[in-house]
Ligand binder design. Structure first.
Ligand SMILES: [Zn+2]
Ligand SMILES: [Zn+2]
Length: 277
């Protein structure tokens, strides 16, 4: 299984010379199974470059899963060029929000005047939509599955566990922990024994008290979750727009120092990163 990071900035995309190493594009992750099935998680602004990369190998078939519909996770969707090209197949998955399906949210909210002039109906690829339940599993075939559960975040979000014939990658973006000492047992099971978990580490433990209920977490909550779930490799994601490269470097140092004796290894996701799992 190959994981590519196309955008790991949270809340809003950013751009400046101080953000060159970790990148400024918002949430977008690509997971490719060993058999070649391609899943994209979220359509933040990072999906624009991902779409450009796919133009070399048309036609493409992709599974696009939305964790939720906050702007930083959908804003790139109208710029995902493969969606406009006949012959491509885009399978879209997301939870309903009240009366609105994922299709309604993209069609009536994101790609609708006065917010955007081009309607969803212009997209020439074959688009299919699947409503996700509160929790469940999607079987992509060839031993590649995604199980998902609800997590604590304003308006809701799902956390997902990808299993490619026994290799496990867990993705938890936009999660606020309830307690940084005693992790939610459901999250412990989600990360249990995984090869890598990507987790929302937007705030330092010092910043968090001023940002309670914003919907995000800390590396300390992540570390304790990993200990409980007997997992080792923690990838910090959803970087705060106010955290420049130097700041994120320091967060990685601090997290590793605190959890050194517990065997949890922290690194911070950067745009363009490829991880073989
Ligand atoms: Zn977000
Ligand atoms: Zn969010």
């Amino acid at each position: 299984m190959l994981v590519r990071i196309w955008g790991s900035r949270g809340s809003t995309p950013v751009s400046s010379q101080n953000y060159m190493r970790y990148g400024g594009s918002s949430s977008c992750y690509e997971i490719i199974s060993d058999a070649g099935t391609r899943v994209i998680v979220d359509a933040g602004t990072g999906i624009r470059s991902l779409g450009a990369s796919l133009l070399k190998s048309l036609p493409v078939e992709v599974h696009l899963v939305f964790t939720h519909y906050h702007w930083d996770h959908i804003l790139g969707f109208p710029f995902f060029v493969p969606s406009f090209i006949p012959g491509n197949k885009i399978h879209i998955y997301g939870q309903r929000k009240g009366e609105l399906s994922a299709k309604d949210i993209l069609d009536k909210h994101l790609m609708s005047p006065p917010n955007f002039p081009v309607p969803l109906s212009i997209m020439g690829a074959s688009l299919s939509f699947t409503d996700l339940d509160i929790r469940g599993e999607v079987d992509f075939g060839n031993g590649f599955t995604m199980s998902y559960i609800p997590m604590n975040h304003p308006n809701g979000v799902i956390g997902m566990r990808f299993n490619d014939n026994g290799k496990i990658f867990v993705l938890m973006t936009d999660i606020e922990h309830i307690s940084d000492e005693d992790p939610d047992p459901a999250l412990v099971e989600l990360v249990r024994g995984c090869d890598m978990a990507a987790y929302d580490c937007q705030y330092t433990p010092d910043e968090y008290p001023m940002r309670v209920s914003f919907g995000h977490s800390t590396w300390r909550a992540a570390g304790n979750l990993m200990i409980q779930g007997e997992a080792k490799n923690l990838l910090m994601i959803h970087h705060d727009p106010d955290h420049d490269d130097e700041f994120i470097d320091q967060m990685v140092i601090d997290a590793n120092a605190e959890f050194e004796d517990d065997g949890v290894i922290f690194s911070a996701a950067y745009e363009g990163q490829e991880i073989e799992i």
